[in-house]
Design a protein around this ligand. Structure first.
Ligand SMILES: O=P(O)(O)OC[C@H]1O[C@H](OP(=O)(O)OP(=O)(O)O)[C@H](O)[C@@H]1O
Ligand SMILES: O=c1cc[nH]c(=O)[nH]1
Ligand SMILES: [Mg+2]
Length: 209
């Protein structure tokens, strides 16, 4: 069974509180999402494989550890997931980036796919799917289905705010996937929005409401 990590770092908690505030501007919201993503990426990449590399310092030759290769793929779920990409790329600049376009039907709350473009060597990469919100879990689960259908074997999921309902769905549909969360919230409301949540992440990132 994959693990669920809920971050308790004070900087992540502080910035996550700020993005919930309904008076936070679009610019500040976007900056904060980027900063939280960067802080989370530090932990999400903790288990990346290392290899021995010979280095010559000004003093002597020595063997040190370095990353084995550029074997990460970051896959944002459009639109809102895009806001998390730059923060992650700040730490893993050579990662490849795939895109999955999904929106939640406002009536059924089910995900509708409109785009999918992944790196051609996705089966050899450690895939990190990113989306600020895990609500019913429908979008994340569908996105991971597409990625697995294209051959990916190592997939993890990273979000800012998750509802218990979404975590349960993701664990049931994809039991091997590790889930990284900045904050776990209380429940979903009648419109399948996370409570207390932050509203519609896509609208808040791009100022569309
Ligand atoms: O867990 P779920 O119930 O599927 O809900 C979560 C999804 O809803 C939001 O996207 P939205 O459909 O609003 O699309 P957008 O990013 O284009 O705004 C969010 O970014 C997730 O992708
Ligand atoms: O609370 C929610 C639920 C789904 N999508 C969002 O953007 N916010
Ligand atoms: Mg939205």
């Amino acid at each position: 069974m994959g693990k669920v990590y809920v971050f308790d770092h004070p900087l992540i908690q502080h910035k996550t509180a700020m993005i919930r505030d309904k008076d936070t501007s679009v610019k500040d919201f976007r900056d904060l999402v980027k900063e939280i993503s960067m802080l989370m990426a530090y932990e999400v990449t903790r288990n990346l494989p290392l290899m021995d590399v010979e280095i010559e310092t000004p003093i002597c030759k020595t063997v040190m550890k370095m990353l084995q290769g550029e074997d990460i793929a970051i896959v944002p779920i459009l639109r809102a997931g895009l806001g998390m990409v730059d923060g992650m790329l700040a730490l893993v600049p050579n990662a490849k980036v795939g895109h999955i376009g999904l929106y939640r039907d406002p009536e059924t709350h089910l995900p509708v796919e409109y785009y999918c473009k992944l790196p051609s060597d996705i089966e050899n990469r450690q895939v990190i799917v990113v989306d600020p919100m895990l609500a019913t879990g429908g979008s994340a689960s569908a996105a991971i289905n597409f990625i697995k259908e294209k051959g990916a074997k190592k997939v993890s999921f990273m979000c800012l705010i998750a509802a218990p309902e979404g975590i349960e769905v993701l664990q049931k549909d994809h039991p091997e996937v590790d889930i990284y969360i900045a904050a776990k919230d209380s429940h979903l409301n009648d419109h399948a929005y996370i409570v207390p949540g932050l509203g519609d992440a896509g609208d808040r990132l791009y100022g569309t409401k």
